[in-house]
Design a protein around this ligand. Structure first.
Ligand code: AMP
Ligand code: MG
Length: 315
């Protein structure tokens, strides 16, 4: 494995998981499937391992990482949980909800993980492969999306290799990610308020039913680059809400509007979310110099899909 300039791909079986675990234990990077997107994982308690994530992605150091945990008990060693936080973890973990909570002073976490913030982003992922790795290592894993910074997120092992190449020496191939969109990120504020920092599979409507109306934003500095205007970039001009495509445009369709790649012929938003990045990767690789995307409704996870498309369209 070492010294070779290729990425090794392993199955998510006992042998593959064991290889991933050995590399992580020694401070290396491994791309691991989750139900949202593939994560580029490293042990969160090692400054060197975390530095390697930032270097492999070309990620700016002010942009903190989500820490993945095996269970609530491990999460509570890292952050201060109040009743609301425990309730959300109870309802949605394991699953695609990330909580921003006060960082515990005694948390064994490299400083770069939180980019110096007094808070930490935590999630217990649901994917079998990621859970197996977390349970075997016993330490939490920092794991941003396994792509170069600003690029399209990976929902397949091939996407990881296309974006990171040999910067990541091992990919656990778990097939296509089921949700296909990054986790919803919720910051619980000390005064009882909350903010949705990144829309995702757990919708604002669902969160408002539990937490009450979202309070005015209390952003402290850069909180989520999912919040940066430009992100998820296909490297081409992208036109939104297009009824049809021009000759030189790769067309991403939805529902009755068929494209070169169609997010969901049935008009199913969950299917569209799961296929979004795969279609974006196809559009990026196509010889067509521009991209057009059919209108996507805003209901439920449609809001998160439109959020990603808007940032992909920004220049
Ligand atoms: P990525 O891992 O690339 O999907 O991005 C992780 C997201 O989590 C980014 O939007 C970060 O800004 C956000 N994040 C991580 N830690 C924190 C934190 N302590 N406070 C606010 N946002 C955070
Ligand atoms: Mg990302």
């Amino acid at each position: 494995m070492s010294g070779k300039n290729v990425t090794e791909v392993v199955a998510p079986d006992a042998e593959g998981i064991a290889r991933a675990v050995r590399i992580l234990e020694s401070g290396g990077l491994v791309a691991i499937p989750t139900e949202t997107v593939y994560g580029l994982a490293a042990r969160a308690d090692s400054a060197d391992a975390v530095a390697a994530i930032y270097a492999a992605k070309g990620r700016p150091d002010f942009n903190p990482l989500i820490v993945h945990v095996s269970d609530l008990a491990q999460a509570e060693q890292l952050a201060v949980f109040d009743e609301r936080a425990r309730d959300l973890a109870d309802r949605f973990w394991p699953g695609p909800l990330t909580l921003i909570l006060p960082l515990r002073e005694d948390a064994a976490i490299a400083g770069a993980v939180t980019a110096g913030l007094p808070t930490i982003a935590l999630r217990q992922p649901a994917h079998k492969a990621m859970r197996a790795v977390l349970e075997a290592t016993g330490f939490p894993l920092a794991a941003p999306s396994a792509n170069r910074s600003e690029g399209i997120s990976p929902t397949r092992a091939e996407h990881v290799i296309a974006s990171l190449g040999a910067a990541c020496s091992l990919v656990v191939d778990g097939g296509a990610s089921q949700e296909g969109l990054e986790s919803s990120i919720v910051a619980l504020r000390a005064g009882g308020g909350w903010n949705l920092l990144r829309p995702g599979p757990v919708t604002r409507e669902t969160l408002e039913r539990i937490l009450g109306p979202e309070t005015e934003s209390e952003a402290i500095g850069i909180e989520a680059p999912g919040q940066l205007a430009r992100h998820y970039s296909p490297g081409k001009k992208l036109r939104l809400s297009a009824a049809r495509a021009e000759e030189d445009e790769f067309f991403i369709g939805f529902g009755l509007v068929q494209g070169d790649c169609t997010l969901s012929s049935a008009g199913d938003l969950n299917e569209a979310a799961a296929r979004l990045y795969d279609c974006m990767h196809q559009a990026a690789a196509s010889p067509k110099p521009r991209i057009a995307v059919a209108p996507i409704p805003y209901g439920e996870v449609g809001r998160a899909i439109n959020d990603r498309l808007r940032r992909a369209a920004a220049d």
